[in-house]
Design a protein. Structure first.
Length: 341
């Protein structure tokens, strides 16, 4: 049985390499009326990659051979609580990498199989869990088009803005407006928030000052409070590209009036509307991951083979770099490798 499933998974990955990028539109959560089976591969986690995983689940399920588990991914917003699989206990819908990882830790294979994550292994993470990367993203700052913000700020200037030691545009440059800077951060569970604050601190997150307002959802410039000529707000470069240049934005999930800005005179987006390689190489770059219980991911049983047929080096995701690009991110050479906690 094991060898038969392994051959089927290998054949599936090879066959899916030729699958067109122009597949059916992705849907949020399992499709209406679909209850994932106990043997299906089901995940939750960060919203940065939820649209990519929705598309991946549609493509994979359409091409999966009979008898193989299907793939499903729950979004961060929607009805709450959720029952991830048939027969599973209901859980609160996780919102972010941390809550997604916590949900994976607190459940078993009968409820969840993986967590979407935009943060890497941390020293305090429990053991044994496997972080498997599939792409790169970056985080920059954004501001309203036509507002008071310049096209570029240095890391030192951004740090001063978010520590509230620079509160007026004149402190940034005497040629700028005499107006109060309004720094905003996404919600507390946002990994875009954490990645941005870590980049400002050179690897250790700075502590935002009292002038900083938290609350808008990350990677959504449509919140009315962000429609302000003095607002500064972090944004995922990959998600921005996906929303603006790949045509996947919606009335709610879009930058609204915000446009991306440069850091240290390095533009976040290149002329081909991809993440700019020099920007990706700065501390503002980050990897995108899926997290698994190590014993399950590396197992030789049918479940382990099924997981690797999607997330492994020869699996569906790594075999389709064009889909990664189509959702604004950058494929990586070590796609499907394992970093253990």
């Amino acid at each position: 049985m094991r060898s038969t499933l392994a051959r089927a998974a290998t054949g599936l990955a090879a066959a899916l390499c030729a699958f067109a990028v122009t597949a059916p539109a992705a849907v949020a959560d399992p499709p209406a009326g679909v209850v994932p089976a106990a043997t299906d591969l089901v995940g939750v986690g960060v919203d940065t990659t939820q649209r990519f995983m929705n598309r991946t689940s549609v493509d994979y399920n359409a091409a999966a051979l009979p008898g193989l588990p299907r793939l499903y991914s729950w979004d961060v917003t929607g009805t709450n609580p959720i029952t991830p699989k048939a027969g599973a206990l209901s859980i609160n819908r996780p919102d972010g990498s941390g809550p997604g990882f916590t949900a994976l830790i607190n459940t078993t294979i009968s409820t969840l199989d993986f967590a979407r994550s935009s943060r890497s292994v941390s020293p305090g993470d429990p053991k044994p869990y496997s972080f498997v990367p599939f792409a790169r993203d970056a985080v920059t700052w954004s501001a309203k088009a036509g507002g008071h913000a310049p096209v570029n700020l240095t890391t030192a200037q951004l740090k001063a803005v978010y520590e509230c030691t620079a509160t007026n545009w004149l402190q940034i440059d005497p040629s700028l407006a005499n107006a109060t800077i309004k720094p905003y951060l996404p919600q507390s569970t946002s990994d875009t928030r954490v990645a941005f604050l870590k980049a400002l601190g050179g690897g250790t997150a700075i502590v935002p000052g009292a002038c900083v307002t938290s609350g808008p959802r990350n990677d959504r410039g449509t919140d009315p409070v962000l429609d302000d000529i003095d607002v500064v707000f972090p944004y995922s470069v990959g998600v921005y590209i996906d929303q603006v240049h790949r045509g996947h934005g919606t009335a709610v999930e879009s930058p609204g009036p915000l446009t991306l800005r440069s850091v240290n005179a390095i533009a976040p987006v290149d002329a081909s509307q991809n993440i700019n390689a020099p920007f990706l190489a700065t501390p503002y770059g980050r990897s995108l991951w899926h997290i698994f219980r190590s014993a399950e991911y590396t197992g030789t049983n049918t479940h382990g083979v099924a997981l690797r047929s999607v997330f492994g080096p020869q699996g569906w995701i790594c075999a389709h770099p064009a889909v990664i690009v189509a959702y604004g991110f950058v494929p990586i050479a070590n796609c499907g490798s394992i970093t253990n906690t």
